[in-house]
Design a protein around this ligand. Structure first.
Ligand code: SAM
Length: 872
């Protein structure tokens, strides 16, 4: 990303000389001249007094003095660690040209400082006694206090003032980048040429001229040339279309389009493109070149039929429509609202699909995924026309995100020459806007964020709240007429939040509304009522927003990924965005869900995993699932994030997965029973009704003979909690020293960590890791999740060095364990089988069938198809 010419954001990272330079640049010309040229010892008192008077009016000056002289906010005092750390992180990002993350850290540092200035009494009121009813009072008091702080005023100025934005377009830097791109192109360095042209497009203002042509159009045509050289013909064609949408009479764009169409075998279109190019070209040499190209097509294909036209190539669109299943929202005392179906629903039925009320790309995916549809960005990135921050995969997405108002009116860009009626029709068909969606204005979620710093500086969920508020006030037309700015009717967890979070929500809400107020004026009133609505909205986002995930294409030769608790089950998934779905928010959680969610573009899809009887709750997993984490971990996570104690079947009835997932192996080598530590035992004992109903069912599903025998024993004995004793095998009762076993696990983990941390893989490190796996196997139960994770990590490692047979063996070992933990037909097993298939394909082994049968028409199925295509 380009460093802005405007200098860097916020005094937090400003060194005193830099801040002084800024102050200097603000002094009026007349005063500067008076001081510089005419002042002398006799007039010094006058010039000094004038300068003092001027500085006293500048918030930046007050802030600088505050930063320099106030002991309380000194970064060198104790307890300022986090502000200082954040500042250092910001500086590092800034040095690397990563303005967006630099802003994020500087703002967090400034927020920390703000927090430290709030009087103790107010902090305590917010943290300990505030509730939804008293929120308007605490919000109003905090706003009143902040309004008096120069630090706060300066922060808002830095965040919301367009003039000082780091994301403004900048013609000079666009031209500089264009030259760099041209040089790379001349030297045959296509990858860098592509990079520089894209960066130039990010920086280029929409309506500036570069040697008589629109700069943006020129850059698109230049990039089209690179893309064509790289063999990316569809992308090249798209860039030509983008240039022509701006300037219809751009001869070079028609010429380049003609070349791309020729390469794709679209000769009819190529001839039309070149004819239009010929009519619009001014120079004689240019005309000759185009005529040469036309002749070439004619000679090459004289008398032959042109191959089929592939210009109308489109991505295969999945027309997934939910079946006509009637869903109903019902209420229960323990879970609040939830969803049921009025009829029986078969397995794998698509129940629901929904567009988000508001959505936002994850910060770490801003540069790699489309900021509207969240698909991965390809080579022909389309930047926002008004700021240098947002990136899109297509013009369509860009228009949806920014609205139509800033698009070039193609009709006003007349072609300027006489064309035959056929060619005129052709020009119109190429250059007319293709987006005809009535919802475009409503969806223009990025418009209010364009060209200011705060969307990059504030956390994603706060920016998402901003999108919800703007949509809400635009939808309900309540501009300036009401103090209700948002009311989504979703549940929230404000009361259960810890004191620190409550305070942070107050601060974030005031900062966000102040920034929106800057843009919308009195249409976003700033008072205790509106701020408290924002605080509640953020608490609603906390418990209702969904993470939009995408499959990561598993490149077997790619870098190794770090292992960890989630590795084996979510390795193919990347969290690309976060969204609020209003109806989707009505589905409650179960650790043994009967429905699952997936996303295509921004659309949420919900499908049944099992058949579900009429009026039974339809429940998805909010993250934790049986087989993924132990019961204890699931419950803590749900309590912490969603503020409820889960009583689903997985958490209230004994199941095999929870018994073995973190257990040790029996010290008797002939027994495959499980040994639990005291922590796990206590948890399992707390499960209600452990020995009735569900247990035999679980056993049947898991087909785990040895543990089945153990569990049957437990079933048979009445009141047999005593049989679950820490350190004793559940099957044969043999003793294992759990503490000593834990020490072995820790040692083995060190060996695996060395492998994870190594940038250069050596035989020693790999052998060490394999020995560590053996150690783990010697003390942990064969179906312990940790063993599966290490197997999976080793599979990735062997993939990365091309030892696919080893990779396949470890991957299969991992899947074998996961099948026991999750059950054979769980979606996680589908993910794992896809991964296995991606290893087996290059080995020439048959794959896929098993996974295909599991998950018809889900993204996994699409992914399998992609793998097959890649292989052909
Ligand atoms: C996305 S909302 C689901 C709809 C919510 N029940 C409502 O009434 O609006 C998430 C919240 O629902 C409640 N919830 C969801 N699943 C639950 C469960 N299994 N047991 C208890 N409460 C649950 C929790 O309060 C959680 O924070």
């Amino acid at each position: 990303m380009q460093k802005s010419q405007q200098g860097c954001y916020n005094k937090v990272e400003e060194t005193p000389p830099a801040a002084m330079e800024k102050l200097k640049s603000r002094i009026p010309e007349s005063l500067t001249s008076q001081i510089s040229h005419t002042s002398n010892p006799n007039t010094l008192a006058i010039t000094c007094s004038s300068l003092l008077h001027f500085f006293n009016q500048l918030p930046r000056f007050h802030q600088m003095i505050e930063d320099l002289a106030n002991k309380e906010t000194s970064l060198f005092l104790k307890n300022k660690d986090s502000a200082l750390e954040l500042k250092i992180k910001g500086n590092n990002c800034f040095k690397n040209g990563d303005n967006a993350n630099a802003l994020h850290f500087y703002t967090q540092a400034a927020m920390e400082k703000l927090k430290s200035r709030i009087p103790e009494s107010l902090t305590s009121q917010i943290s300990h006694t505030s509730n939804p009813n008293t929120l308007p009072i605490t919000c109003s008091s905090l706003l009143h206090f902040f309004n008096q702080l120069p630090l706060f005023r300066q922060m808002i100025e830095d965040l919301a003032n367009k003039e000082t934005s780091l994301f403004l377009k900048n013609k000079d830097s666009a031209l500089e980048l264009k030259i760099k791109g041209n040089n790379c192109f001349k030297n045959g360095d296509n990858a860098n040429a592509l990079h520089f042209y894209t960066q130039a497009l990010r920086a280029a203002p929409r309506d500036v001229d570069d040697m008589g042509k629109n700069l943006v159009a020129t850059l698109y045509v230049n990039r089209a040339a690179v893309l064509q050289k790289m063999g990316l013909l569809v992308e090249s064609l798209q860039d030509c279309n983008r240039a022509l949408a701006i300037c219809r009479s751009y001869s070079k764009a028609w010429y380049r389009r003609g070349k791309a169409n020729t390469s794709m075998g679209n000769y009819d279109d190529a001839v039309c493109d070149l004819k239009v190019s010929l009519c619009t070209e001014q120079s004689v040499s240019g005309k000759r070149q185009i005529e040469g190209e036309l002749k070439l097509i004619a000679v090459q294909h004289n008398g032959k039929d042109f191959p089929p036209n592939v210009a109308n190539y489109k991505d295969s669109v999945t027309n997934d429509q939910p079946q006509q299943i009637q869903l109903q929202c019902v209420s229960s005392e323990t879970k609040g609202r939830g969803m049921v179906s009025l009829t029986d629903v078969p397995q794998a039925t698509l129940l629901h699909s929904e567009e988000p009320y508001a959505a936002i790309v994850s910060k770490h995916c801003r540069e790699t995924h489309c900021n509207f549809c969240f698909n991965e960005l390809l080579a022909d990135i389309v930047p926002c026309p008004s700021c240098s921050m947002a990136l899109y995969c297509s013009q369509d997405c860009q228009i949806h995100a920014r609205g139509l108002d800033l698009q070039h009116d193609t009709k006003s860009h007349e072609i300027g020459v006489e064309l035959s009626s056929d060619l005129e029709k052709y020009v119109a068909s190429v250059t007319e806007a293709t987006v005809n969606d009535a919802n475009i204005k409503q969806n223009a979620e990025h418009r209010h964020e364009c060209g200011v710093n705060w969307p990059a500086a504030l956390p994603a969920e706060v920016v998402l709240a901003g999108r919800v508020i703007v949509k809400s006030i635009e939808q309900h037309g309540k501009f300036g007429r009401s103090s209700t700015i948002v009311n989504l009717d979703l549940c929230h967890n404000y009361i259960q939040l810890n004191s620190e979070v409550k305070l942070e929500l107050h601060i974030s809400s005031i900062v966000l509304l102040k920034c929106l107020h800057n843009c919308y004026g009195s249409n976003v009133p700033l008072n205790g009522d509106t701020i408290s609505q924002c605080v509640l909205l953020l608490s609603q986002i906390n418990v209702n927003s969904m993470a939009i995930v995408r499959m990561r294409s598993s490149d077997t030769s790619g870098p190794r990924k770090s292992s960890g608790n989630l590795t084996t089950s979510t390795v193919e998934q990347v969290r690309v965005g976060q969204a609020i779905y209003l109806a989707g928010s009505m589905f409650n959680h179960s650790c043994q869900p009967n429905i699952h969610t997936y996303f295509l573009s921004r659309t949420l899809y919900i499908r049944t995993i099992d058949s579900v009887a009429a009026r039974n709750p339809l429940e998805l997993s909010y993250g934790p699932q049986v087989g993924q984490w132990s019961c204890n971990e699931r419950q803590s996570s749900l309590e912490e994030q969603y503020a409820f104690v889960c009583c689903c079947t997985g958490c209230s009835q004994l199941n095999i997965s929870d018994l073995v997932i973190s257990s040790f192996r029996c010290s008797n080598l002939n027994c495959s029973g499980a040994v639990l530590d005291s922590h796990l035992v206590n948890h399992e004992r707390r499960k209600v009704n452990p020995f009735h109903g569900s247990l035999p069912l679980q056993i049947g599903r898991l087909e785990l003979d040895e543990v089945k025998r153990v569990a049957s024993l437990l079933c048979e004995s009445t009141g047999s909690e005593n049989r679950i004793e820490p350190g004793f095998c559940l099957s044969c009762g043999a003793y294992r020293d759990v503490e000593a076993s834990n020490a072995v696990v820790k040692k083995a983990e060190l060996g695996v960590r060395r492998l994870e941390d190594s940038s250069q893989l050596s035989t020693n490190i790999l052998s060490d890791a394999l020995r560590s796996l053996d150690l783990l196997r010697s003390v942990l139960h064969p179906y312990n999740k940790k063993v599966a994770e290490v197997e999976d990590y080793l599979a990735q490692t062997f993939c990365s060095i091309g030892e696919l047979q080893q990779a396949r063996n470890h991957c299969q070992a991992s899947i074998k364990i996961l099948e026991k933990l999750y059950g054979h037909d769980h979606i996680v097993i589908g993910n794992e089988l896809v991964k296995l298939a991606s290893i087996q394909l290059p080995l020439g082994e048959p794959a896929f069938e098993k996974s295909r049968n599991l998950f018809k028409e889900t993204p996994i199925e699409l992914f399998i198809r992609t793998l097959e295509l890649k292989d052909q």
